[in-house]
Design a protein around this ligand. Structure first.
Ligand SMILES: Cc1ncc(COP(=O)(O)O)c(C=O)c1O
Length: 481
């Protein structure tokens, strides 16, 4: 085994230590006996250098936007500027205790308040709670609001949420977790809502419709105002899945389109870190008539300053304390860095980049939706499918060239989906390199298909059983047989 592949337990040598602090220099502590360990902790015995090498090597086995191009469609993997981190880790923010009196955290509360206001203005909705911890968590909050609203109106029959078949899987999952029955409607060939299909399911049991706009195929829902009118006429509410807001930020507002509720994935549009379900953030915003259902807490302001408040008919808190504070600061810094004047520069650059890549590759890949796309687009596998090389093979081969794969096999409306979202942060040179590599892989698929079908060849691990890797991960060294 190569030295740099060794796990920290394999480096362990009895008696080896990182620091030697003489006992007489340690402060005296009198812990109650029942809190003291009875047996020695089973930890690796290693030097400081071993530890540093271990973690540095582990960090290099991962792929992030700071390693290379990460065109994961629907995920908006944009660069997280360092200034966000720098300001979020200022001691005045980083050292706050969650139980500190509000008079002593007015600076942080101003950030919360201003961020709520900025998100309101960006999305055209009346008010926000920052509380939820991810996009899907925001969906759950929004659906709980829909439920609470209908229940307050004694409209108990409304237990159905309509979701197009092009939607992200979290939409039906959140609706089900919230106790709704989900009604799937077939989309048009470009993934947009089929109005006839929608009309056929709207009735007095409709609680609401969940939509993302632009949709997951990167197409703007041009009938959105008609869709909103239909849903409202039937007595339902319109939920905006804000995962694709990056295409529209500063240009168009979900509130103006008729949406009543939205979540915003701060870790997408507003460049805060993604990662393993956290540290994400999915603030939820609502129109005027739903303000008093928002999750707690909300930050409000009076003549004495900022304070945490509770909405009158609140669905309650979705997490402990006050949400993902350091993420809010990062999003706040990002928005302030652009300012009101330049926030609307983001979407057009993202759209330009997506169209540039699509156009440069459309002769080799099946393009199920023609015309201009917005921030992302979908290829439906190789144009010549008789070669037998599938989307999964192409995605794995990309890893060998040092690029992250696009999102694959989603949306489900195509069989070989490959959803590419470059975002606005990438340079033309990076996009050209990606285009060149994609063309090379297509050539390989024709000349040496086995090479592509058995990829990746250069990564730390080869082709994994992805279901098992996600559901039964081995996270302890000692479990490895
Ligand atoms: C369209 C869409 N909706 C919802 C989500 C869920 O967001 P999160 O991953 O923050 O829970 C995603 C995530 O990628 C998405 O792309």
């Amino acid at each position: 085994m190569k030295y740099y592949n060794k796990m920290i337990f394999e480096m362990s040598k009895p008696g080896r230590i990182g620091y030697n602090i003489e006992e007489k220099n340690l402060p005296e502590v009198n812990l109650p006996k029942h809190l003291c360990r009875q047996t020695k902790a089973d930890l690796p015995e290693v030097s400081e250098l071993d530890v540093v090498r271990h973690y540095t090597n582990v960090s290099q086995k991962n792929f992030g936007v700071e390693n290379g191009f990460y065109p994961l469609g629907s995920c908006t993997m944009k660069y997280n500027p360092k200034i966000n981190d720098e300001l979020a880790t200022l001691p005045g923010f980083a050292n706050i205790h969650p139980l500190q009196p509000v008079e002593t955290i007015q600076g942080l509360l101003k950030v919360y308040y201003d961020l709520q206001e900025m998100l309101s203005e960006i999305s055209g909705l009346k008010a926000y709670s920052l509380n939820p911890f991810a996009g899907a968590h925001g969906e759950l909050a929004g659906l709980m609001i829909i439920k609470a609203y209908h229940e307050k109106n004694q409209d108990f029959k409304r237990n159905k949420i309509i979701i197009p078949d092009s939607a992200h899987g979290t939409n039906p999952a959140s609706a089900t977790v919230c106790g709704f029955e989900t009604i799937e409607i077939k989309s048009n060939p470009d993934g947009t809502v089929n109005l006839e299909a929608l009309k056929s399911v709207l009735n007095d049991e409709t609680a609401g419709l969940m939509l993302t706009n632009p949709n997951t195929a990167g197409v703007f829902e041009k009938d959105i105002t008609e869709i909103a009118a239909l849903v409202h006429k039937a007595g339902g509410l319109l939920y905006y899945d804000g995962a694709n807001l990056n295409a529209l930020v500063g240009k168009a507002k979900p509130g103006d389109m008729g949406f009543d509720i939205t979540h915003i994935n701060l870790h997408k549009t507003f460049s805060t870190p993604h990662g393993g379900g956290g540290p994400g953030s999915g603030p939820v915003g609502v129109c005027e008539k739903l303000v008093e259902f928002l999750p707690n807490p909300v930050v409000r302001k009076n003549d004495k300053g900022y304070y945490f408040d509770e909405a009158k008919d609140s669905i309650g808190a979705l997490g402990l304390f006050y949400g993902n504070a350091s993420v809010y600061i990062r999003a706040y810094v990002y928005i302030m860095t652009f300012g009101k004047e330049h926030l609307s520069d983001i979407g057009p650059m993202a759209v330009l980049n997506a169209n540039y890549v699509k156009d440069a590759l459309k002769d080799l890949f099946e393009l199920p939706i023609g015309g201009y796309c917005l921030h992302e687009f979908v290829f439906d596998g190789l144009k010549d499918q008789s070669i037998g090389v599938k989307t999964l093979d192409l995605a794995k081969r990309l890893l060998d060239y040092g690029f992250h794969a696009p999102t694959v096999y989603f949306p489900l409306i195509f069989t070989q989906s490959m959803m590419i979202e470059p975002t606005e942060v990438e340079s033309k040179e990076t996009l050209d390199e990606f285009i060149q590599v994609m063309r090379t892989i297509v050539k390989e698929s024709i000349e040496t298909p086995e090479l592509v079908k058995t990829a990746p060849h250069n990564t730390i691990v080869r082709r994994l059983d992805e279901a098992k890797a996600a559901r039964q991960p081995i996270v302890k060294f000692k479990d490895i047989k």
